[in-house]
Design a protein around this ligand. Structure first.
Ligand SMILES: Cc1cc2nc3c(=O)[nH]c(=O)nc-3n(C[C@H](O)[C@H](O)[C@H](O)COP(=O)(O)O)c2cc1C
Length: 207
């Protein structure tokens, strides 16, 4: 049976979505792996989405199916993507994870791989805190945390301003959201997806 990878994200303006596609593309490079992309449900009122310009941006990934908490149990590895909110995960992701109490009770995520990527507006706006504080939830669920090792040389790129951390891939959106994920950042995201899929295959293929 194919090893199952889920990429589960929330994105308001599309930056995290772009990284999510790169994570999925990286994971698909590993043969024998089944990769599915999901977004978590929106919580913002329609009026606020329109006012903030997010309504239009979110149309670009409206085709991505909405995740249900229970389906996390079907995956061997889950790669989560969230924009930062004051150095933490966004409320939409928090709310989604807060509906996994039943999975926790049943130990359904124990031993699965968990990995996280993010987006911030500013260079020092909390990428590491968002990812590492997210890890606490995954550890409570009994998951095995996977990050991005320095064998990906793009992490060491000092020639440009770039996201990308050993904790997980990341991008910088800019204060007005106009900056898009760079090739360096997308490369790190693809690496993370491939790395997670490679380890998942090693652990879960032929079980
Ligand atoms: C309520 C709120 C809080 C935010 N907090 C931070 C922050 O602490 N640091 C930061 O750099 N950006 C912050 N941002 C900017 C978002 O992280 C940014 O819009 C996001 O990374 C873009 O990703 P997306 O296009 O996938 O939504 C915040 C945005 C909102 C709406």
């Amino acid at each position: 049976m194919a090893v199952k990878i889920q990429v589960v994200f929330y994105s308001m303006y599309g930056h995290v979505y772009q990284l999510a596609e790169a994570e999925a593309a990286g994971a698909r490079e590993v043969p024998g792996v089944d990769v599915a992309l999901y977004q978590v449900p929106e919580l913002m009122p329609e009026e606020a989405l329109v006012k903030s310009g997010a309504k239009q941006a979110r149309a670009a990934f409206a085709h991505i199916p909405v995740a249900k908490p229970d389906q996390l149990a079907e995956a061997d590895a889950i790669i989560f993507g969230t924009p930062t909110r004051f150095g933490n995960m966004c409320a939409q992701m928090r709310n989604f994870l807060d509906q996994t109490g039943g999975l926790w009770m049943g130990g359904k995520l124990i031993g699965k791989i968990g990995s996280v990527f993010t987006s911030t507006a500013s260079q020092h706006g909390g990428q590491e805190t968002t990812i590492t504080s997210f890890h606490s939830t995954l550890l409570h669920q009994g998951m095995i945390i996977v990050g991005v090792p320095y064998s990906e040389a793009a992490l060491l790129n000092m020639n440009e301003i770039t996201g990308g951390t050993p904790y997980g891939a990341s991008t910088l959106a800019g204060a007005d959201g106009s900056r898009k994920p760079t090739e360096n950042e997308l490369r790190i995201a693809r690496f993370q997806g491939k790395h997670v899929a490679t380890i998942a295959k090693r652990l879960f293929a032929n079980l």
